[in-house]
Design a protein around this ligand. Structure first.
Ligand code: IPD
Ligand code: CA
Ligand code: CA
Length: 264
């Protein structure tokens, strides 16, 4: 088995174990819910338990790899592989018992994303990809939509936990919502990227994310034929990401850039 497939196996085993544990725990009832960066940025005991399970499994199976996790995991490594873990992406959905939350695990080497999984326990869906190896949903290949006119595009976005930022972001969307099919705000960045990858939406954009939100999803989207960049079309980064069915990237980039300029 090559390295990418080996990493994929570790990621999918651990994402499934952690996600199924969190789903069972959520169904039994939440006990411990706290806030983080703002009064609406939540963390539960299952965010922490999911990260703990994944990190312990990685330390056991890949002891030389570096690990970065949203809930504080920080392990130095010597293998050249770094894992980025979002133990529950979509914690607000998890809190409300909405099904759109996922465990996201991505592995990167010096050349960028190498393997990644996004597992949605409540839907029983495992999205996966390796660099150059294609993207899959529960083992079947996926592709982004064929769409060339942005006015027909169903576009997903996310809003900040900061009320001030959220207001600015919503105002920007209001500037071009009449030029696209419609907007969705589903509440989990990793899932949003996978849904562009499999054609459930046509595009997704958001600001101020972290590497653990996008490490797996951006590879899955790329391998499914999507185009990603920052809003201006430069290399994608957590601070600014736009991922689309390939033929509408420039059009949507233009709409977002024009709306941002109008705001200033
Ligand atoms: C959040 C979700 C949300 C996005 C936020 C993220 P979390 O992650 O992905 O959709 O809008 O920017 O922080 O806090 O649920 O892991
Ligand atoms: Ca997240
Ligand atoms: Ca999270």
């Amino acid at each position: 088995m090559n390295l990418a497939n080996e990493l994929l196996l570790v990621a999918s085993d651990l994402a499934r174990a952690a996600g199924d544990m969190a789903l069972a725990g959520r169904r039994a009832g939440l006990q411990n819910v706290q806030t983080k960066s703002t009064a609406t940025d939540m963390v539960t005991e299952f965010d922490r338990a999911s990260e703990k399970l994944i990190v312990e499994g990685m330390r056991d199976r890949r002891p030389l790899d570096a690990i970065v996790g949203e809930e504080g995991a920080s392990v130095a490594g010597t293998s050249g592989i770094t894992w980025y873990i979002d133990p529950i992406d979509g914690t607000t959905n998890f809190l409300y018992d909405l099904p759109s939350w996922a465990v996201s695990i991505g592995a990167e080497d010096n050349n960028g994303p190498l393997a990644g999984v996004v597992y949605i326990p409540a839907l029983g869906e495992m999205f996966s990809a390796t660099r150059g190896g294609g993207a899959f949903l529960n083992g079947s290949p996926i592709r982004s939509n064929i769409i060339s006119d942005v006015s027909q595009a169903l576009v997903c976005t996310g809003f900040s936990y900061s009320a001030e930022q959220r207001t600015i972001q919503a105002q920007r969307v209001s500037k071009f919502i009449h030029q696209i099919r419609d907007i969705r705000r589903a509440g989990a960045a990793a899932i949003d990227l996978c849904f562009v990858a499999c054609g459930r939406i046509d595009a997704y954009f958001e600001e101020n994310l972290h590497q653990w939100d996008i490490a797996a999803g951006i590879l899955i989207a790329h391998e499914a034929g999507c185009r990603s960049g920052d809003f201006a079309g430069n290399a994608p980064r957590p601070a600014e990401i736009l991922t689309t069915a390939p033929a509408i990237f420039d059009q949507l980039s233009g709409l977002i850039m024009a709306a941002s300029a109008e705001r200033e």
